[in-house]
Design a binder for this molecule. Structure first.
Ligand code: NAI
Length: 771
C-alpha cells in the first residue's frame, strides 16, 4: 500500500442520511474534511429537510458522533435532486441509502452523468453482492466502485470491510483503505464478495448460536449473557443484551436476510432459522433499548428486569453472575469447558459452533484466519478472535473433543494436526493460512496492535498489574494489565522501576479497551473499611513518587492512551512529557464522584496548567476547583483541550488507535534532541479569601438544591488544596507540598461515611450516589 495514498481524498459526499450515512458523515468531519450529506428531496418546506433533520440528530447524538460540536460546520446538507452535480465533484461518494437493490441502482445511474473522472464510489450495503450492484454500470465506473461496509456507531466501531468487484482497480482499494485507516481510524479488512462478508457472517452466527443454545439448555438470559461475555472475552452485553442494543426488529431482518442468501448447506441454518423467542418479543412490542425494552428493561425507579424464557414474563434481573463466570474472568476461557453442568455445556456448545463455523469459512471466504479474528475484534469488540480462542483451548484438545462428541470437524482444523494457528518464529508473529503455511500477520505499515506485538517480546519485568518491555530500539514500554486497568501498587511499581531504568525513552501504552479506569477502588474500599489510613497514605505516596519519577526522569516520556484514561489513569498521563491520544479517548478527573479528590498529582497538575494558561493563580484555583469538583470528563481530546486535560500545542491525537505506538515513537524522536525534564514548579496558594468564596459558592449551591450535602465537604477539600484553606495567605509552596496537600485532603474525605457510601454504591450499583 502506498503511504498516504488516501490523502487524494479531500472532499467526501455521503448519500443517505440515516443511521449509517450520518455516522459516516460525522466521522469524515472528525477527520477535519468537508462532507456533503444528501438524502431524498422533501416535497414541502426546505428541500433538504431529511438531511437537515439528520444534522440535528448528529449534533444531539449520545454517545456523540462528533468529536467536537464545531465539526458540524464541515457538513453541508443537500438532496439527490438538486445536488448530484456537487456530489460528482467530490473525491469519494459513499452511498448509504436503504438496502434495496433497485433503489441503489437507480441512484448510481442518476449519478453517472455528474461524476468527474476521478471520483471513487462505494456502497455501504451489508447484504447485497457487489456483482449485483455493478451489473448495469459502465466498465469505467466499475473500476472505481467497491463496497465500504462500516459498523454502527461509525465513530466507535473500528472495523471497515472493503469488498472489491472483479473490475475494481487496485489503486482504488489502496486509496480507500489508506484513507479509512489514517483519516477515519478504521482497521480495514478486505473481504471476498460473500454473504455478510466476515464480521456479520461470524458475528450474527455467534449471537444466534448463543441464543439457540441458551433456549435449548434452558438457561436464563442472565446466565447465558454472563458466560457468552467477559469470560470469553466478549463484551458483557452478551447475546441477549446485544440484541437489545441493536434492536430485536433490526436483528430479525439481518438474520432473515442472511438466511435467504446463504447456501442451504451452511451451518447458519441450524441456528439462524426463524427464532420464536425473538419474534415473540418483537410481536409483543419489545424491540430493545430504543423502545420499552427487549430481553431486559429498567423501570423509571431504576429497577431492572429480565425476560424469563420459561414463563415469558418479566422478573427481577439477577445481578450476581454464576461462580463459573467469576472463575472464567480470572482464569480464562478454558475453565468454562472443564465441567459438565449446564453452564459448561452451554459454553462448550456455543464455542464449538462458533469456532468450527469460522474454520469452515476457510478457504471460501478467506485464506487467512487473521482476517476473521480481526473482523471479530474490530467489528464486535471481542478481545480475541475465534482462531485465537482455538489456540487458548489448544487445537489438539479442541479437535479431540469435537471428534469424541461427533461434531463436524472442518478440514482446516483437521489439517492443523495439533499445531497452533498462530506461532512466533524468528521474533515474528505468524499465522497458519489455509494450506498449512505460516505467514507473518498482515498489518499496514505503521500499524501496531500491542497484544500481537507483545507475543514476540519477553517482559523485562512483570507483576500481576503491569509489564515492562524493551522495544527493538531500546524504548521502554509500560503496559498495565489489570481488570479495566484499575491501577494498584503493582502497576505503580512497574512505572517507578521504568523511570529509574528509562533507556532512550518511555512509552506508557496498552491496547486493552481502556488505558485505565483509575485507581483500584475495591482496594480503597477495603482499606477504608479497615480504617487503614496509613495504608492509604502509603499507597498514595507510592503513586506520587512513581509519577514524579516518570516526570523527572532524564529521558522523554510519552503516554499513549485509548478508551478511558480517567482518575489515576489520567494522573499518570498528566506527568508525561507528551500525550499521543486516540481521538476517542475519554480524559478527566472523576474522583469527586466517589467523594474523593485526585491524590496522584491530578489537582496539582491541573492547577499548574491553568496557571500557565491564565498567568493568574486565583483564576487557576477557581477553574481547578470547578472542574475537579464537578468531576468533569471529556469524550475526546478535542473536548479535553478547554479543560486542560489535553494540551493541543503540545499533545497529539491520532484517529487510528492502532497507530498510537507509531505516533508515540515519533513523539519520542521529536522530544529527544536536547531533552531536559521540566524544573519542579513552585505553586502559589490562592489564599483564604479565595477559599471563603469557594465555600460560600458551595453552601449556596447546597441551599438551592443544586449540590448535595457531601458535595460541600468534597468541594471544600479540593478548595483547600489549591487555596491553603481558611486562614491561608498566598504562600509559595513546593511541588512536594502540593502532593502532601492532596494526600491529606484525600484521607480526610476517606474518613467520612458518605465517601464510603459513594464508593460502595459505584462498585455495587455502577452509578454515582448523590448524598
Ligand atoms: P436508514 O434507514 O437509517 O437510512 C437510510 C436513509 O436513506 C434514509 O435517510 C432515507 O431517507 C435515505 N434514502 C432512501 N432512498 C434514498 C435515495 N434514493 N437517495 C437518497 N437517500 C435515500 O438505513 P441505515 O441503517 O443507515 O442503512 C443504510 C445502508 O447501510 C444500508 O445499505 C444498510 O444495509 C447498510 N448498513 C447498515 C448498518 C446498520 O447497523 N444500520 C450497518 C452497516 C451497513
Amino acid at each position: 500500500m502506498s503511504t498516504n495514498s488516501g490523502s487524494a481524498i479531500k472532499k467526501v459526499c455521503v448519500i443517505g442520511a440515516g443511521t449509517m450515512g450520518s455516522g459516516i458523515a460525522a466521522q469524515v468531519s472528525n477527520a477535519g474534511l468537508e462532507v456533503l450529506l444528501l438524502d431524498i428531496a422533501s416535497g414541502e418546506g426546505s428541500r433538504n429537510k431529511p438531511a437537515e433533520d439528520a444534522m440535528e440528530r448528529i449534533k444531539k447524538s449520545d454517545p456523540p458522533l462528533l468529536m467536537k460540536q464545531e465539526n458540524a460546520a464541515l457538513i453541508s446538507t443537500g438532496n439527490i435532486e438538486d445536488d448530484l452535480g456537487a456530489a460528482g465533484q467530490c473525491d469519494w461518494i459513499v452511498e448509504a441509502i436503504v438496502e434495496r437493490l433497485d433503489i441503489k441502482r437507480t441512484l448510481y445511474s442518476n449519478l453517472m452523468p455528474h461524476l468527474k473522472p476521478t471520483t471513487l464510489v462505494s456502497s455501504n450495503t451489508s447484504t447485497i453482492p457487489i456483482s449485483l450492484l455493478m451489473e448495469d454500470m459502465p466498465v469505467e465506473l466499475r473500476q472505481r466502485f467497491c463496497i465500504t461496509h462500516f459498523f454502527n456507531p461509525v465513530r466507535y466501531m473500528r472495523l471497515l470491510e472493503l469488498v472489491e468487484g472483479e473490475e475494481t482497480r487496485r489503486d482504488v482499494i489502496d486509496t480507500l483503505a489508506d484513507f479509512s485507516d489514517r483519516m477515519l481510524g478504521k482497521g480495514v479488512v478486505q473481504c471476498a464478495d460473500t454473504p455478510g462478508f466476515l464480521g456479520n457472517r461470524v458475528g450474527v452466527f455467534a449471537l444466534q448460536a448463543a441464543i439457540h443454545e441458551a433456549v435449548s439448555l434452558k438457561l436464563t438470559i442472565e446466565e447465558a449473557d454472563a458466560i457468552f461475555g467477559r469470560p470469553m472475552g466478549i463484551p458483557k452485553t452478551g447475546a441477549f443484551g446485544l440484541y437489545d442494543l441493536i434492536g430485536l426488529d433490526l436483528m430479525g431482518d439481518v438474520v432473515r436476510s442472511l438466511n435467504s442468501i446463504l447456501d442451504q448447506g451452511d451451518p447458519f441454518h441450524e441456528v439462524g432459522g426463524e427464532n420464536l423467542v425473538v419474534n415473540g418479543r418483537v410481536k409483543a412490542g419489545f424491540t430493545g433499548n430504543k423502545g420499552k425494552g427487549g430481553f431486559y428493561r429498567e423501570d423509571e425507579a431504576g429497577q431492572k428486569f429480565a425476560h424469563d424464557l420459561e414463563t415469558g414474563e418479566w422478573r427481577p434481573r439477577a445481578e450476581s453472575p454464576p461462580e463459573l463466570v467469576l472463575r472464567g474472568e480470572k482464569e480464562g476461557l478454558a475453565v468454562l469447558l472443564e465441567g459438565d453442568d449446564n453452564l459448561s455445556q452451554f459454553a462448550w456448545r456455543v464455542l464449538a459452533r462458533i469456532l468450527t463455523y469460522s474454520a469452515g469459512l476457510l478457504p471460501e471466504v478467506t485464506h487467512s484466519p487473521q482476517d476473521i479474528d480481526d473482523a471479530m475484534k474490530l467489528g464486535y469488540n471481542w478481545v480475541q478472535g475465534p482462531f485465537e480462542m482455538i489456540d487458548v483451548i489448544g487445537s489438539a484438545k479442541f479437535v479431540e473433543r469435537l471428534q469424541s462428541e461427533n461434531w463436524y470437524v472442518p478440514e482446516y482444523l483437521r489439517d492443523l494436526d495439533g499445531q497452533p494457528v498462530y506461532a512466533v518464529k524468528n521474533k515474528t508473529l505468524k499465522v497458519r493460512h489455509w494450506g498449512g503455511d505460516l505467514h507473518p500477520v498482515k498489518l499496514p505499515e505503521g500499524v501496531t496492535r500491542f497484544h500481537m506485538l507483545r507475543r514476540t517480546l519477553v517482559p523485562v519485568f512483570e507483576n500481576a498489574g503491569a509489564s515492562l518491555f524493551h522495544l527493538d530500539d531500546g524504548t521502554r514500554l509500560v503496559e498495565f494489565h489489570t481488570k479495566a486497568n484499575a491501577l494498584d501498587a503493582d502497576c505503580m511499581d512497574v512505572v517507578n522501576r521504568t523511570a529509574y531504568d528509562p533507556g532512550p525513552g518511555i512509552i506508557v501504552h496498552n491496547d486493552a479497551q481502556h488505558f485505565s479506569a483509575g485507581v483500584n477502588l475495591e482496594r480503597f474500599m477495603e482499606m477504608i473499611e479497615a480504617k487503614n489510613w496509613d495504608g492509604i497514605d502509603a499507597f498514595l505516596l507510592g503513586f506520587q513518587k512513581a509519577v514524579a519519577a516518570l516526570c523527572y526522569c532524564p529521558v522523554p516520556v510519552v503516554g499513549a492512551p485509548s478508551g478511558l484514561a480517567i482518575g489515576g489513569g489520567f494522573e499518570v498521563l498528566a506527568h508525561c512529557d507528551m500525550v499521543v491520544a486516540h481521538a476517542n479517548s475519554v480524559l478527566g478527573l472523576v474522583e469527586s464522584v466517589v467523594g474523593l479528590v485526585p491524590g496522584g498529582g491530578g489537582v496539582k497538575e491541573i492547577y499548574w496548567r491553568w496557571y500557565q494558561h491564565t498567568g493568574d493563580w486565583e483564576k487557576a484555583a477557581r477553574n481547578t476547583f470547578n472542574q475537579i469538583g464537578y468531576g468533569q470528563t471529556a469524550s475526546s481530546p478535542d473536548e479535553a483541550a478547554p479543560l486542560m486535560y489535553f494540551l493541543p500545542e503540545r499533545d497529539r491525537q491520532v484517529m487510528n488507535r492502532d497507530r498510537l505506538i507509531e505516533g508515540a515513537r515519533a513523539a519520542l524522536g521529536d522530544l529527544a534532541t536536547g531533552y531536559k525534564p521540566r524544573e519542579s514548579p513552585e505553586f502559589e496558594l490562592a489564599g483564604g479569601a479565595a477559599y471563603a468564596e469557594m465555600v460560600e459558592f458551595l453552601e449556596k449551591g447546597v441551599a438551592k438544591g443544586m449540590f448535595f450535602p457531601h458535595d460541600l465537604t468534597v468541594g471544600s477539600a479540593i478548595a483547600r488544596i489549591v487555596t491553603g484553606g481558611h486562614d491561608s495567605g498566598k504562600d509559595l509552596v513546593s511541588e512536594e507540598a502540593m502532593f502532601a496537600r492532596e494526600r491529606s485532603s484525600f484521607i480526610e474525605l476517606a474518613k467520612t461515611p458518605q465517601t464510603l457510601e459513594r464508593i460502595k454504591h459505584l462498585l455495587r450499583v455502577g452509578t454515582a450516589l448523590r448524598n
